[in-house]
Structures are given as structure tokens and as C-alpha cells.
Design a protein around this ligand. Structure first.
Ligand code: XLS
Ligand code: NI
Ligand code: NI
Length: 436
């Protein structure tokens, strides 16, 4: 039984190919800057958008044609969907996937029943992973769809809901471990507020810190050594999400003694919703050794919400890869397409076009970034720009050998600071274009 009978294994055909069901740039075994493309990029398919997305938006009904769906959220349907997912991922050649517990299996009438259903689907996921060699990049728990989480999960005002969330994450870590998952993600869901009049922000944030420690303690107790990742997002569904951006997340991590335990999973559309570029968020996380993984997608310049489109912009992927190569890759993290086809792209084959486009865009970004790094002009300009810190007074300041009084004496003697040099912004933009 095939669910994508019109599609065979997607192969690399090179940049002259006009076959839309082939890679034109992503050639998994090709070596770029000392590693294969597959090693650099570690692509992952997300279960929620790709296999559960229906095409609804706040104004309209589902549009997606998914001939294998029977219109139910039954256990049988969940099991059948595993076959669909693995056929898709195998044909695409994606080495990894990610899921929320509730993407892969429906809830039962009690937590006990829900866990038993999840176990059943996880057994099938495990068999399919073994059959295909596809690995779980990360697992996570959906603690935002069910109405019980209307006030949040770890940051809810209802202690019972905190307990439910704890039980759910305990189980999600267990199944992630069972499936050999390499990371575990916390994205806020409804951890945030709509109204400060009814919110004890300090108490809620303390609870979130407690929650993450409990998760880490439990993971250690069962021998799960995967990397924990916190995923920043400034708003949506709440108007203020506590995991606002990389800076807020790192502050939270430090304030709660979670350094070294939790790194960040940075998503493009979340970065831009926070008023940052993706490159800013990546650079900010990376410089603090906290860049763990990325959710690759993009927003729409003219729409103010998380549209989660597939990334096709070569400047964007180049900027991502410049930072990622600067820290020698993302492993154990990867490039997860937390992205959905738009609701007008409703045929199953559109899922292939979307992923192929994203993978090719990142492959190009990788090659361009490698070229920029190899040419070395960009790095040289940055080195030169800061050269006043490499000797003399700059070196003394960096070494902690100059007091305010010393600096005053130095400047009184000199009378005026050395002249500034051009920042060369346009030249730098041209230099990037030279490598495209
Ligand atoms: C939502 C988030 C979510 C996380 C996983 O905006 O991107 O999909 O990646 O919970
Ligand atoms: Ni995400
Ligand atoms: Ni998102």
C-alpha cells in the first residue's frame, strides 16, 4: 500500500535539473567544509504540520486533501498515519523527525488510557524507525490544545493542572527515551499571560523553573541523556509568552540554575515576531554556547502571526549557516522544518515540493556560507575592525589591567581618541552577494 504513489525516492539531480521532485542542491553525501551535507544539516520533518495540519486558519475550514485520513482521531487512524509518515520521510530522505505526544496518538478518557494509547503508537513508531533508520531528533508534549491548559501548564494558576502537565511530560520523556530521541523540547504553549491584573508573574515563573528541574531530575533517573531545549517565542497563543526570545530564555535558565542543562531551539518566525532577525537570535544563543537546534521556517513580511512557511530565502539560510558553521554544526540538534504548506497548497505532493525547497535552500545556504568562510574576507574585515583591542590600551582593558583612573590618564595624555574607520556596511553586503 502506498500513500504517495506518484512520488518515488527523491534523488539529487544537480542544479541544472528542472525535475520538481528531485533535489537540485541538497546532495547528502557531498562534502562541504569537511563534513557531508547530511552531517551539517540534520534535516527533520515535523509530525504536527506535515501529518496533522488541516489547512484551517482563523477564517476558514480545513482544505487539505489527505486521502488516507478517515476523518476520525481514532487509534487505528493514528497507527495508519505512522505508515504515511514513514513512507513520506523515507521517500524524502529525511534522517530525523520530531513530534508532540498528541500529534502521534489521540487522548483517551483518562490519563491512564491516554498513556496506554500512546504506548501502542510508540511501539509502531519504534518498529518503523528500526525498519527505515530514521531517528527521532526530539520529542515534546502538547500542553496547549486541551482546554484543561487554558491558563497554562507549568505556569497555570491551577495546581492540579501543573500535576497533570508533570505526568504528561514524565510520559513524553519516557517515550522519547524509548525511541532513542536525541533531544527533548520545551516550547511554552500557553506559558505566558493575557492579563497582568490576574497574574502572579513571579509565582508562575518560579513554577516553570521548578517544572524544568523536575523534568531534568526525572530524565536523569531513567538514564535519558538527550539535550533539553527551550524554544523562544514572544507571543501567540498568549499575548506575552515567558519564553519571549533567546535573551529572556537565557535569563530564565540562569535565574533558575539550569545552565548546562537546557539549551535553545531557535525558530525563524518566532525570532521575527520578537522583532529580531533569525541571525540575531542564532548569534546571541551561539555566543553563549546555548544554540542547540533550529526550527527552520519563515514568516510573511506582511502578516503579523506565526505563518510557519517553508524557508526558501537564500539570504536567510546563508545567515543561518554562517552562525551554525561558526560553532561547527548543530549536533546533537538539527534543522527541523517546523513549517506548513499554505492552505491553498492542499495536495499531498505539495508536502514534497515544500520540503524539497526547504532542503535545497539550506543546502545552498550551506555552500554559500562555506564559500564566504573560505574566502575569509568577511572574517578579515571583522578582525581588522576590532584590531584596536589586540594590543596597547585595548589589550590592557580586555585583560582587566586598566582602571578608570588609568584610562583617564591615558586619554589626558593623548588628548583625543584615534579616528574611527568606516563600518563598510554596503561593501559587506556586496561581498555576500559575490558568493551567492
Ligand atoms: C509553536 C512552536 C511549536 C514547537 C513545539 O509555535 O513552534 O511547534 O516547536 O512545541
Ligand atoms: Ni517550533
Ligand atoms: Ni512556531
Amino acid at each position: 500500500m502506498s500513500y504517495f504513489p506518484e512520488v518515488s525516492k527523491i534523488e539529487y539531480e544537480g542544479s541544472d535539473s528542472r525535475n520538481p521532485l528531485a533535489f537540485h542542491h541538497y546532495n547528502p553525501s557531498e562534502i562541504v567544509a569537511g563534513k557531508t551535507m547530511e552531517e551539517w544539516l540534520r534535516f527533520s520533518v515535523c509530525y504536527w504540520h506535515t501529518f496533522r495540519g488541516t489547512g484551517t486558519d482563523p477564517f476558514g475550514a480545513p482544505t487539505m486533501q489527505r486521502p488516507w485520513e478517515d476523518g476520525t482521531n481514532s487509534v487505528d487512524m493514528a497507527l495508519k498515519r505512522v505508515d504515511v509518515a514513514f513512507e513520506f520521510m523515507e521517500k524524502l530522505g529525511a534522517p530525523f523527525y520530531c513530534f508532540h505526544d498528541r500529534d502521534v496518538a489521540p487522548e483517551g478518557s483518562s490519563l491512564r488510557e491516554t498513556n496506554a494509547i500512546l504506548d501502542k503508537v510508540v511501539a509502531k513508531l519504534k518498529a518503523e524507525q528500526e525498519r527505515t533508520g530514521i531517528k527521532l531528533l526530539w520529542g515534546t508534549a502538547n500542553m496547549f490544545s486541551n482546554p484543561r491548559f487554558m491558563h497554562g501548564a507549568a505556569t497555570t494558576c491551577n495546581a492540579d493542572v501543573f500535576a497533570y502537565a508533570a505526568a504528561q511530560v514524565k510520559k513524553a520523556i519516557e517515550v522519547t527515551h524509548e525511541l532513542g530521541g536525541i533531544n527533548y523540547v520545551f516550547w511554552g504553549g500557553r506559558e505566558g499571560y493575557h492579563n497582568l491584573y490576574n497574574t502572579d508573574m513571579k509565582r508562575e515563573l518560579d513554577h516553570l523553573g521548578r517544572f524544568m528541574h523536575l523534568a531534568h531530575e526525572y530524565a536523569e533517573s531513567i538514564g535519558f541523556t538527550g539535550q533539553f531545549l527551550f524554544e523562544p517565542k514572544p507571543k501567540e497563543p498568549t499575548k506575552h509568552q515567558y519564553d519571549f526570545d533567546a535573551a529572556a530564555c537565557l535569563n530564565f535558565i540562569r535565574a533558575n540554575g539550569l545552565e548546562g542543562v537546557v539549551k535553545l531551539n531557535i525558530e525563524t518566525n518566532h525570532a521575527t515576531l520578537a522583532g529580531h532577525t533569525m541571525m540575531h537570535e542564532l548569534a546571541y544563543a551561539s555566543m553563549q554556547d546555548a544554540l542547540g537546534s533550529i526550527d527552520a521556517n519563515t514568516g510573511d513580511l506582511l502578516l503579523g502571526w506565526d505563518t510557519d512557511q517553508f524557508p526558501t530565502d537564500i539570504y536567510l539560510t546563508t545567515q543561518c549557516m554562517l552562525v551554525i558553521m561558526g560553532q561547527d554544526g548543530l549536533a546533537p540538534g538539527g534543522v527541523n522544518f517546523d513549517a506548513k504548506v499554505r492552505r491553498e497548497s492542499f495536495e499531498p505532493v505539495d508536502l514534497f515540493y515544500a520540503h524539497i525547497g526547504g532542503m535545497d535552500a539550506f543546502a545552498r545556504g550551506l555552500k554559500i556560507a562555506a564559500k564566504i568562510r573560505e574566502e575569509g574576507r568577511l572574517a578579515q574585515i571583522v578582525t581588522d575592525r576590532y584590531s584596536s583591542w589586540d594590543s596597547g590600551i585595548g589589550a590592557k582593558i580586555e585583560a582587566g589591567e586598566a582602571s578608570f583612573a588609568d584610562l583617564e590618564a591615558y586619554m589626558l595624555e593623548k588628548g583625543e581618541a584615534a579616528p574611527n574607520q568606516s563600518g563598510r556596511q554596503e561593501l559587506l553586503e556586496n561581498l555576500i552577494n559575490d558568493c551567492l
